[in-house]
Write a protein that binds this ligand. Structure first.
Ligand SMILES: Cc1cc2nc3c(=O)[nH]c(=O)nc-3n(C[C@H](O)[C@H](O)[C@H](O)COP(=O)(O)O)c2cc1C
Length: 395
């Protein structure tokens, strides 16, 4: 089944984060600076806290790459936490006794029997997502070798929605990278900034909605035959594994649920000037039956507002056994622009896994001819020998 696996280790204020990605084929060009690009994108964004000014994340590759190419062995990645060197090393830190509602402080402490809530915070913290982004950058590199691009942008922050439905995906990606709230609509971006600024003044926080899109996917990744092979479930699960992401959907799923079937399902049509079959629209978000259609794959994530607020939320001091306001830790006011990059990483991991599952092979050289055959949609492989068309997406 799964061809790719990864693990991360490390605490928010520990010396470093590490990740091991197992299952990458041999022969993929890989350099640390490629990973650094996404690490820098994760660190940016209007509304982040002071921590991001301290860290300048770079990844070291400690294994799985020789002479600039993957070997097929586990890829080992290492990211230093500068904050540990400068502030936390050799320091006695007062125990944290008042849990923040919405964080893992209380649930983590009850589960593991911690006397100091800080132990839960240290691993629950989204600092861990730096390691995921590094893994995702490697997965993107694999997908990129087959012309597949995974990128995202912010759709909404708080109650402010972006409006860019008519903008092609490449333009959305480019516009979002010019925006410090990572929104392709500049006017909405201004309102998002204002909303974050106001939340900060009000000693409060914001969440939002982001979208991750994969372009260039071949039809046929994933499967309809079993629950754990359906790509929709794998993608939604991967997005909801991100800290503070509480909902995910394929395409406009919740909007589709309000419509009639004839308004939702994408008509199948024979292409013009070609014999390819394609979809006249893409309200399905690129998946039918848990299998890629070849249309852009669109997955959206809903991030709740940050749970560390300057206005204390009602809680209990576990040491005193008395009501108390939740403790404040240095924190982001809004991290949706950063969550986009984490969403890209998780989607890229699932899609790279699905691509490897489909193609098999231990090296890029073995995968490439199989990919070309898949792209051409060979009729003999599709068991419809006399059909006059090929399967694909005419974008
Ligand atoms: C990129 C990113 C940055 C985050 N930054 C913060 C933060 O600064 N402060 C905070 O309280 N939560 C932050 N979070 C959310 C918490 O990590 C998350 O709420 C917490 O681990 C509890 O998990 P849960 O919300 O999934 O239940 C961030 C999440 C992401 C994805």
């Amino acid at each position: 089944m799964n061809r790719l696996r990864f693990l991360t280790a490390g605490e928010s204020h520990g010396p470093a984060l590490t990740a091991i990605l197992e299952g990458m084929p041999a022969g993929l060009p890989l350099a640390a600076d490629v990973i650094g690009v996404d690490l820098a994108r994760r660190q940016g964004g209007y509304g982040r806290g002071a921590r991001m000014q301290i860290e300048t994340d770079t990844a070291r590759i400690l294994g799985g790459v020789m002479n600039g190419q993957t070997t097929g062995g586990p890829v080992s990645l290492y990211i230093t936490n500068k904050d540990w060197e400068s502030k936390w090393r050799d320091r006695d830190i007062a125990p944290m006794t008042v849990p923040r509602p919405g964080h893992a402080d209380l649930t983590g402490a009850i589960k593991y029997g911690y006397g100091d809530l800080r132990l839960a915070l240290e691993r629950a913290s989204a600092r861990e997502t730096a390691a995921r982004v590094a893994v995702g950058a490697v997965c993107k590199q694999l997908l990129g070798a087959f012309g597949i691009q995974v990128q995202g942008y912010v759709c909404a922050i708080g109650a402010v929605d972006g409006d860019f439905d008519d903008m092609p995906y490449e333009e959305r990606f480019a516009a979002a990278e010019q925006s410090d709230v990572r929104c392709p609509d500049p006017a909405a971006g201004e309102r998002m900034r204002a909303a974050i600024r106001q939340a900060k003044i009000d000693k409060d926080t914001l969440g939002g909605v982001f979208e991750v899109v994969a372009l260039g996917l071949p039809p046929g990744l994933g499967s309809h035959v079993h629950y754990d092979r359906r790509l929709g479930g794998r993608l939604v699960g991967a997005l909801c594994s991100i800290q503070a992401v509480k909902g995910a959907e394929i395409g406009p799923a919740f909007e589709n649920a309000r419509q009639r079937g004839t308004q939702v399902h994408d008509p199948i049509v024979i292409g013009t000037g070609d014999t390819a079959l394609h979809r006249a629209s893409n309200r399905a978000g690129g998946l039918e039956g848990g299998i890629t259609t070849g249309a852009p794959l669109v997955v959206r994530g809903a991030m709740k507002p940050i749970s560390t607020t300057l206005t204390p939320i009602q809680s209990v001091d576990l040491a005193a056994g008395a009501p108390a306001g939740a403790e404040y830790e240095r924190s982001d006011f809004c991290a949706v622009p950063a969550a986009v990059v984490v969403g890209e990483a998780m989607a890229a991991f699932v899609l790279a896994d699905a691509l490897l599952e489909k193609l098999g092979g231990d090296s890029i050289a073995e995968m490439r001819p199989r990919f070309e055959a898949l792209r051409r949609g060979r009729l003999d492989e599709l068991a419809m020998d006399d059909a006059p068309w090929r399967f694909g997406y005419e974008g």
